[in-house]
Design a protein around this ligand. Structure first.
Ligand code: OGA
Ligand code: NI
Length: 325
């Protein structure tokens, strides 16, 4: 519990364990980029084309008019920020470094490589589908947390599934290709909390990584911090009110991204990950392989994929190398 960042008093200087090697530190300044912003209330043909183009080109885009109410988003952001403001004693019961625990609060690490710690606390919640009793495994404080998270995750999962259907249609797969086991794992919510940092130029909140799940819906907060790797540069992702930042994976591009810290403001983001069931094989759709288009990666169970990802680290290159045929 000692290193739980948000419980610590104001940090006067950055402890050494958070200092990254010079070549991995964030640049002093960088450009902002507007990711494609896709209005999901437009005609289906137009939306399908936009989603597919963005998924192919970048693997990162934003969606608005997605059907998750502004109220559900506002309540979610508020209750998450409130959770991190609880006194340390009240959060302690939930703190665990056991990575096999589906619901826990942890600090500073997730990706196993390297000695540096990341300037981040994280509340991880596993949500069944429907949420049902799984919410009883979540923190019972703040009092509204369980209800608010349930009201947020149900429609957010719906948006993720709709985006997958649109992507399938765009790629010529049956629209329900991802229904069932391929999205049958728990939906995982990571509430990332980046407290004000005494030296944002020396550290990172999250190191460069590609997400390991199928599709991610991120509420990125109005406090800036999210960056994507684009043509060799790290570029800030502009915040659009009530938008989700969408990261596709596997199906299309999976872009590397990371999170910066900020000297003045705490930043809390909410990532919703749609996951396959653990024991099912992950490989290319039969419809997409054939003569002249052989599979490029080994087919493995999702469990095995996660195990390897943990050992080789989250960088695109190392993960690709581990599975290349
Ligand atoms: C993540 C992630 C970015 C952010 O949780 O996987 O990339 O801005 N978060 O917090
Ligand atoms: Ni991510």
């Amino acid at each position: 519990m000692a290193n739980l960042l948000s419980s610590a008093p104001i940090h006067a200087s950055l402890p050494d364990c958070f200092v990254f090697p010079p070549d991995q530190r964030p640049p002093a300044s960088s450009q902002a980029v507007s990711l494609p912003v896709i209005d999901l209330s437009r005609g289906r043909d137009e939306v399908r084309r936009a989603v597919l183009d963005a998924g192919k080109e970048l693997g990162f885009f934003q969606v608005v008019n997605h059907g998750v109410s502004a109220e559900a988003i506002r309540d979610m952001e508020a209750v998450c920020a409130e959770f991190f403001r609880l006194p340390a004693e009240e959060k302690a019961a939930f703190y665990s470094e056991d990575t096999d625990k589906p619901n826990r609060l942890f600090s500073s690490t997730t990706y196993e490589l390297g000695d540096e710690k990341y300037w981040r606390d994280c509340l991880r919640l596993a949500c069944g589908s429907p949420v049902g009793d799984t919410k009883n495994n979540w923190p019972d404080k703040p009092k509204k947390l369980r209800e608010v998270v349930e009201k947020f995750v149900e429609p957010t999962r719906g948006v993720g599934m709709e985006l997958l259907r649109l992507l399938c249609e765009g790629m010529g797969l049956r629209p329900d290709y991802f229904e069932g086991d391929l999205t049958g794992g728990d939906v995982i919510i990571n509430v990332n909390h980046y407290p004000p940092c005494p030296a944002p130029g020396l550290t990172l909140g999250l190191p460069p990584h590609c997400d390991r799940n199928l599709i991610t819906l991120l509420l990125q907060s109005t406090v800036p911090g999210l960056q994507v790797s684009y043509k060799g540069d790290w570029i800030n992702v502009e915040s659009v009110p009530n938008a989700f930042v969408i990261a596709t994976n596997g199906v299309l591009k999976s872009i590397e991204h990371r999170a910066m810290t900020n000297a003045a403001l705490a930043r809390t983001s909410v990532a919703t990950f749609i996951m396959p069931a653990a024991d099912i094989p992950i490989g290319p759709a039969e419809e997409l392989v054939g003569e002249g288009n052989p599979p490029r990666y080994r087919t493995v169970t999702f469990d095995e994929f996660m195990r390897v990802y943990k050992t080789v680290g989250a960088r695109r290159e190392s993960v690709e190398k581990a599975f290349k045929l």
